[in-house]
Design a protein around this ligand. Sequence first.
Ligand code: NCD
Ligand code: ZN
Length: 352
Amino acid sequence: MDELTITRPDDWHLHLRDADALEAVIADTAARFGRAIVMPNLKPPVTSVADALAYRERILAALAARVGEGPGADFQPLMTLYLTGQTSTADIEAVAASSGKVVAVKLYPAGATTNSEAGVTALDPLDEVFTAMARCGVPLLVHGESTDPSVDVFDRESSFIAGSLDRLRERHAALKIVLEHITTAEAVAWVREAGPNTAATITAHHLLHNRNAIFQGGLRSDFYCLPVLKRERHRQALVSAATSGDPRFFLGTDSAPHPRSAKHSACGCAGIYTAHAAIELYAEVFEEAGALDRLEGFASHHGPDFYGLPRNAGTLTLTRSAWTVAEALPFGGEVLTPLRAGEQVRWKISVS
Ligand code: NCD
Ligand code: ZN
């Protein structure tokens, strides 16, 4: 197969940042995806519907500035609220009343990742909030990692599932939960054993790479993200979940841009930028697995079906044609290093 046309895909987990950084990255996502779930981990975090709607306006302004009337002009940001110990049932009702502009709430265990300091330290005190979310049909998006410093970095996802998520799902069976950017066979199993209210996003980088990438010939901070890449058997479990056709697994890039200076430093920060070639990279994974015919379900159908949204009307065509990724991309007065910098990607896109 040298050409594949699919329903226009969506990105169900994306970091767009703000201000100049937002302007620098927005066109990459809009060129490929009809919609994206925009993560709320700004500084300060997006904790109210008013904050989320204001952020949405900034995204639409950046889109107009960068894309104009061109392809991707109809891109729609789907906003999320950052869950804190102060989130109330009134906040959830405001989400439900936002006419589809704010669609979900994101749970960051405090300290688990970039800008998560204001996150949640205990789940039980938020019981009423979770009940309100279930009642209003608002999904909970979870960064599923333990923050206990004594837990091995590579075990933090499985530890959080066993230590917190099992109990949350038992207490709130009607709550829609998306375990974000899953990285382990345990997470795949946790989704598979559940009913239709549990789902997971999977990134391109966790499908393409195992943890050896971080140590290939030296310490490579460009491959450092959270949750951190895992061993090969876990990568294989993710590929098998993504390509299985199971509607509870769908595309979420977790494209997370950082300036190169912040990545290439003595304490490099977590996040991999993939928005410049996102669907193309997934196509490589699905081709390798002999499952290109399942890419459309994973990228374009399962996500909107889970969120209760219509599938996109347009299409995207992937053509087998190699191109070389830039060594660096402009990033608000700095540069960022995109995944595959200076190397080839095997597929090209066009949208209609
Ligand atoms: C994300 C970021 O930089 O905002 N980083 C990452 O490594 N994925 C935060 C996150 O999703 O954990
Ligand atoms: Zn993320």
